[in-house]
Design a protein around this ligand. Structure first.
Ligand SMILES: Cc1cc2nc3c(=O)[nH]c(=O)nc-3n(C[C@H](O)[C@H](O)[C@H](O)COP(=O)(O)O)c2cc1C
Length: 210
């Protein structure tokens, strides 16, 4: 075979190889993160990458996941207020104090969680079912938030739950009615570095098997 006759064969072979590589790349299944990996890699992040953003659609997905959480008689007392505009983000920063504001510098979104009082743990006539009262509303809100932060991790996002906030300031920023108790402010973004896992107590200190 002459040199000129060999060329097209080589070319066709190269194109076929490249095409099959491209196809196999496109067809490679997206590696889902296992639930254990989500649990193990979720950390309270205090060093966020400001160059990465999160869309409203993503936040809607997170809150939809939070709605899957169980609640007292399915009363679903949790409510969410999302600061995404520069103006609201700045206002929240001022309401969470200097330390938390510094920790969340690169986080572009703040999610405030509240719960409607007098629902979880209460009868229809408004009387509390037991001694826990609105503690059950706080419980339900914490469950919803756990779903939210774990879903965030599964989607590659990071969070910092903050109890250190001025509840009255948060209430006025978002116009939160008095019927709702202001709970956590959750910073949402992408981690800039991996923190160490804080120690946990020995299992037998927190659990009794009888
Ligand atoms: C209800 C609650 C309030 C918290 N408040 C703050 C806070 O105001 N500032 C902060 O930096 N971390 C806060 N944290 C994060 C905890 O310090 C953190 O969860 C704990 O140290 C364990 O670390 P880990 O989340 O990485 O496992 C809070 C966590 C919870 C659940």
């Amino acid at each position: 075979m002459t040199h000129t006759a060999k060329m097209p064969i080589r070319l066709i072979f190269t194109i076929a190889l490249a095409a099959s590589a491209l196809l196999s790349c496109r067809q490679a299944p997206k590696q889902a993160v296992s639930f254990d990996e989500v649990l193990a890699s979720r950390r309270s992040i205090r060093d966020f990458d400001a160059s990465k953003t999160i869309s409203e659609a993503d936040v809607r997905t997170l809150i939809t996941a939070a709605q899957d959480a169980p609640s007292w008689t399915n009363s679903q007392p949790s409510r969410y207020y999302v600061a995404m505009s520069a103006e609201k983000v700045e206002a929240v920063r001022e309401a969470i104090g200097e330390r938390n504001s510094k920790s969340t510098e690169g986080a572009g979104v703040f999610i405030v969680s509240t719960f409607v009082k007098g629902q979880s743990g209460f009868r229809r006539d408004g009387t509390p079912v037991g001694e826990t009262g609105d503690g059950w509303g706080a419980y339900d809100n914490g469950l919803s938030n756990a779903y939210l932060v774990l879903k965030a991790r599964a989607m590659g996002f990071d969070t910092l739950i903050m109890g250190g906030r001025d509840a009255d300031a948060i209430r006025s920023i978002f116009g939160i009615p008095q019927e709702e108790a202001v709970m956590a402010v959750i910073a949402l973004g992408h981690r800039a570095s991996d923190p160490k896992r804080p120690n946990r107590k020995p299992l037998d200190e927190i659990a009794k098997f009888l």
